[in-house]
Design a binder for this molecule. Structure first.
Ligand SMILES: CC(C)(COP(=O)(O)OP(=O)(O)OC[C@H]1O[C@@H](n2cnc3c(N)ncnc32)[C@H](O)[C@@H]1OP(=O)(O)O)[C@@H](O)C(=O)NCCC(=O)NCCS
Length: 221
């Protein structure tokens, strides 16, 4: 694998938007989840606003990894969305590096905002945990319908609607800058049972059994 550089994306990366979108769609197909449709134009908009992080190959400049930030409820929440790593570079820490840069950018631009994410990916849960996110209930996430619109193209959307947005296969995670300022005694202990990846994995399996009792075997990713 060639070395790569992680940076805030700009107009000089516009020509990579097509291949990033293509990979997002292909990976979603492979995972069988469906995904919020992103267009190359939308990714270019994020790049020109300085709200996207890109990793590029140092030798040929091709796309290695990507994600962007979005704000909700007047900047009270920031989500790091659209994380994708080129399959040839997976398992080498690229997602970790891209998410760390996106986290840094989010903290710089929106220091008071809660940083949030919803995901079924154990890799992403691990990265988020290491960055200081905690698992949270959906009621702590934005109430804005536009935030949840991104879920409409997911194959599990019926679960989210039938539970009235209370629970789904995704785990909600949050970094609350105010929690960080608290002492250990002051911190909310309600999710303390989720301490490591084995716990996240168990929770995911439990939710699949509970919410998808008739799911065909071998579909879990
Ligand atoms: C998920 C994805 C972004 C991970 O990218 P990656 O560059 O391979 O991830 P990293 O190498 O940075 O791994 C980060 C951590 O997750 C762990 N990890 C990676 N894949 C994992 C998996 N399938 N299950 C559990 N943990 C995993 C790694 O061991 C690493 O932990 P460590 O820091 O303790 O070593 C990549 O597989 C991808 O693009 N998938 C398709 C799109 C997608 O699923 N996006 C996420 C939508 S929320």
């Amino acid at each position: 694998m060639n070395s790569y550089t992680v940076q805030v994306a700009s107009q000089e990366h516009f020509d990579l938007a097509e291949s990033i979108c293509h990979e997002m769609a292909e990976s979603a197909k492979a995972r069988g989840t469906g995904i919020a449709k992103r267009t190359p134009e939308y990714l270019r908009e994020k790049m020109s606003e300085g709200k996207a992080i890109i990793a590029t190959d140092d030798v040929d400049g091709s796309f290695v990894g990507f994600c962007y930030i979005e704000t909700w409820q007047h900047g009270n929440f920031v989500a790091n969305s659209g994380l994708i790593v080129n399959p040839s570079y997976r398992q080498y820490g690229v997602a970790k590096a891209v998410k760390a840069k996106a986290f840094e950018l989010s903290r710089e631009r929106y220091p008071e905002a809660k940083i949030i994410g919803i995901t079924t990916s154990l890799a992403v849960m691990k990265i988020n945990s290491d960055l200081g996110y905690e698992p949270t209930t959906f009621s702590e996430l934005p109430v804005d319908d536009n935030f949840w619109k991104g879920c409409q193209s997911c194959v599990n959307y019926d679960i989210l609607t039938r539970t009235e947005r209370k629970i789904c296969l995704c785990t909600g995670m949050i970094f609350d800058p105010n929690e960080v300022k608290k002492t250990d005694e002051e911190k909310d202990e309600k999710w303390i049972f989720l301490k490591n990846m084995a716990d996240f994995s168990q929770l995911k399996k439990f939710k699949e059994k509970l919410l998808m009792p008739f799911k065909p075997k071998g579909k879990s990713k």
